[in-house]
Write a new protein. Structure first.
Length: 211
């Protein structure tokens, strides 16, 4: 039986073991800049504009036209492919609510993803339920459909900046990057860890990708 109730995040040692267990199945979800040397691009980095912390890994691309690909084999569970960026003032007012709460409300966080795809990778023995998120897409490939199986390395769409402050101001060329999240049993991998521990965990996760 798999327990999906909220649980304590894995300890550093457990998070490292999870990363090592997934590494043979996991590739970089883009060939853009490696985020591993940059704590600000990894989970747990502060995101003060929305009064929260980063839950994902940012692959910065510096130009449009780069591909987001599935990091592991799985099945598509959610697609937002017709995202409309909010007017700048409306976006600011949504974020003021985050300020009142001193946290990013979950559905506001979804709005900040722009176009995005979620892939369910099933349950891995001794690891748990694995889900990945691919956000700020410029476009989702029309061939990608909810429920479909997808292979590691298969293209999902074009990386962009939809959902960001710049996109709300009509600039789709500013800092295109893939925001990628890895969730284990409904928590992002790295929750509760220090910046250095998080970097070690994600370096282990992508160790096969790095050759
Ligand atoms: Zn991000």
């Amino acid at each position: 039986m798999v327990v999906l109730l909220e649980q304590e995040p894995p300890t550093y040692e457990s998070a490292l073991a999870i990363a090592a267990g997934l590494a043979p199945h996991t590739i970089f979800p883009s060939d853009c800049m490696s985020p591993l040397p940059h704590p600000d691009l990894l989970p747990n980095a502060p995101r003060t504009y929305r009064f929260g912390v980063h839950q994902g890994v940012d692959f910065r691309c510096f130009s449009l036209g780069r591909s987001a690909v599935a990091a592991l084999d799985g099945r598509v569970v959610l697609i937002v492919g017709d995202y409309q960026d909010p007017a700048p003032n409306d976006r600011d007012e949504l974020l003021e609510i985050a300020g009142d709460l001193e946290a990013t409300p979950p559905f506001t966080l979804l709005t900040l993803y722009g176009n995005f795809v979620v892939i369910d990778h099933g349950v891995f023995p001794y690891i748990g339920h694995v889900v990945t998120v691919y956000a700020h897409l410029h476009e989702v490939d029309p061939g990608v459909g909810v429920g479909q199986t997808i292979r590691a390395g298969q293209r999902i769409g074009d990386i962009g900046n939809r959902g960001t402050h710049a996109a709300a101001n009509g600039d789709f060329y500013d800092d295109p990057h893939l925001h990628w999240e890895l969730h284990i049993n409904n928590q992002y991998l790295g929750a509760g860890l220090t910046a250095e521990q998080t970097r070690e965990v994600y370096t282990t996760l992508f160790s096969e990708s790095l050759g």
